[in-house]
Design a protein around this ligand. Structure first.
Ligand code: ZN
Ligand code: ZN
Length: 110
């Protein structure tokens, strides 16, 4: 299996462990303990323009738990269309960091 993937949290490429979970693969970074789930059978097609030139990205998942303990960072695989999601995709490329969660706990940005 080719691994052109790297940890969304720290960028590690080699020290990753894959675990099958039903049809999905959960990858765990041995360096920073981040965990993210990929669908190896994903057929990336844009549901808006039908394009198939989708780019893989990682999105952070919201932690619902409260408290001061550090929780394991978890991410999921998302697909961005370079034309429909160009703004998001450009940001992602430039920042080289996982996308923020869809639902933000607070509306601090607006
Ligand atoms: Zn990592
Ligand atoms: Zn599109």
């Amino acid at each position: 299996m080719s691994t052109d993937i790297c940890c969304p949290a720290c960028g590690e490429r080699d020290d990753l462990r894959g675990e099958r979970r039903d049809a999905l693969i959960a990858l765990v970074c041995q360096v920073c303990d981040a965990e993210w789930v990929r669908d190896p059978a994903a057929r990336p097609t844009c549901d808006r323009c039908g394009g198939d030139d989708m780019r893989e990205a990682a999105q952070a998942l919201v932690e619902k738990s409260r408290g001061t303990q550090l929780s394991i960072q978890s991410f999921r695989q998302v697909w961005l269309c370079p034309s429909c999601d160009s703004e998001r995709y450009d940001k992602y490329k430039v920042s080289n960091r996982p996308l923020p969660p869809d639902e933000l706990p607070t509306e601090s940005e607006f």
